[in-house]
Write a protein that binds this ligand. Structure first.
Ligand SMILES: C[S@@+](CC[C@H](N)C(=O)[O-])C[C@H]1O[C@@H](n2cnc3c(N)ncnc32)[C@H](O)[C@@H]1O
Length: 201
């Protein structure tokens, strides 16, 4: 279990998640991994990739970490921290081959919009952290937040919108689904999806 849990970096420390693995391979980050349903399935499908999940809620963090340990996964790590702060203040440049953000908390009230994960500073830092050719997949059930996200990402000159199920990143027939996605699909809610690739320099 100790190998799976990563401590958040100390202030001012830049972290490259690949340094936490002994094996090579593409590095994928999931922000707000919740109970870890998506992360674990994807890690199982891609044993040659490395995965880091970041989760703030202690209850879900513990649940996901426990599952990772029970599944004996060697290519997954999890960290309990505020993902926005981690990406903006600590995540190394060009360290990610893929970034997954699924059903981020929408904070629907206008006075709470400042709590949303997607802000200009977060987007700039996430783009910086992606490698050229890196993939950023986003999914939400909240239409207004989806528009907010697109308004932040569409003007980024380093990003090109691509098919969400891009064959380069979803090579298997079965795309893992997140826990919230499963719940909301069952309720008949619309799921909004978008993906971008960071342009080659
Ligand atoms: C609506 S849930 C979605 C969980 C999962 N992605 C899914 O689709 O099933 C949002 C998750 O993001 C986590 N979260 C919210 N803000 C966060 C932050 N700043 N840093 C890390 N995790 C965060 C919440 O604790 C929660 O588990």
């Amino acid at each position: 279990m100790e190998d799976i849990l990563l401590a958040p970096p100390e202030p001012e420390v830049v972290m490259n998640p690949v340094d936490c693995f002994d094996t090579p391979g593409p590095m994928e980050l999931e922000i707000g991994c919740g109970k870890g349903g998506f992360l674990l399935e994807r890690a199982r499908e891609h044993p040659d990739h490395r995965f880091l999940g970041i989760e703030w809620a202690n209850k879900y963090f513990k649940y996901a970490a426990d599952r990772m340990a029970r599944w004996g996964m060697l290519n997954v790590r999890i960290m309990r921290t505020d993902a926005r702060n981690f990406v903006v203040c600590h995540l190394a440049e060009s360290s990610l081959s893929a970034l997954h953000v699924y059903h981020p908390d929408p904070w629907p009230k206008k006075r709470h919009h400042k709590r949303r994960l997607f802000q200009e500073s977060f987007v700039a830092a996430a783009v910086r952290a992606l490698q050229p050719g890196g993939w950023w997949a986003i999914q939400t059930d909240h239409g207004e937040y989806f528009e907010w996200i697109q308004e932040l990402l569409m003007p980024c000159p380093q990003l090109t919108q691509v098919d969400f199920e891009h064959p380069a990143f979803v090579p298997t027939s079965k795309t893992p689904r997140t826990n919230f996605e499963v719940k909301y699909v069952r309720q008949g809610r619309t799921i909004y999806r978008v993906a971008y690739i960071k342009n080659e320099e």
